[in-house]
Design a protein around this ligand. Structure first.
Ligand code: FAD
Length: 135
């Protein structure tokens, strides 16, 4: 998301991802109302909602024969008063693909950051698994 925002602002940005895909450690599949507000401000909400997802407006529990509403998003004064469920890799691919529409956005998969360079140049500060050697 930061890479997307920087590229959108006209800043050249390189996003490094050490794995070949975003289907990694589970980071949750829920997109919250506040996140969708941000997506709306960025002009991405309609495209996001066009992807397959589930929407949860209330959370209930059943105790015996009785039903209790534990959480109710319907009262939220927001564009999307619900939680959207979508696989995290779908969401990250979506953001990455939107980022690629900007010329300054560069996503390097299979590329592991090795250290931080304060000089901003020189040295083998990342390596690409694809090419198997520092570049
Ligand atoms: C269990 C869990 C559930 C969550 N559920 C939700 C949720 O439902 N909704 C929600 O909005 N938020 C949720 N969060 C919070 C959300 O996932 C984080 O705020 C978000 O993932 C942070 O993004 P990030 O890019 O900073 O870090 P990460 O998502 O951790 O991304 C870091 C990336 O860097 C890569 N990487 C690591 N080391 C290197 C290296 N040396 N070189 C190159 N790449 C590297 C990793 O492979 C990873 O893809 C959850 C978090 C956790 C832990």
């Amino acid at each position: 998301m930061l890479g997307y925002l920087l590229a959108r602002a006209g800043i050249d940005v390189v996003v490094l991802e050490k794995w070949g895909d975003f289907l990694r450690d589970f980071r949750g599949d829920t997109i919250h109302p506040s996140t969708m507000e941000v997506l709306s401000e960025l002009g991405l909400l309609q495209k996001f909602l066009a992807m397959p997802h589930d929407e949860t407006r209330q959370m209930k529990i059943h105790i015996g024969s009785r039903e209790f509403v534990m959480v109710d998003f319907n009262g939220l004064k927001t564009l999307c008063p619900y939680i959207a469920f979508i696989p995290q890799s779908d969401f990250l691919n979506f953001i990455a693909n939107e980022g690629k529409k900007y010329p300054g956005f560069h996503l390097m998969m299979n590329t592991e950051a090795l250290t931080i360079s304060e000089e901003g140049g020189g040295g083998d500060w990342f390596k690409s698994k694809k090419w198997r050697e520092p570049i």
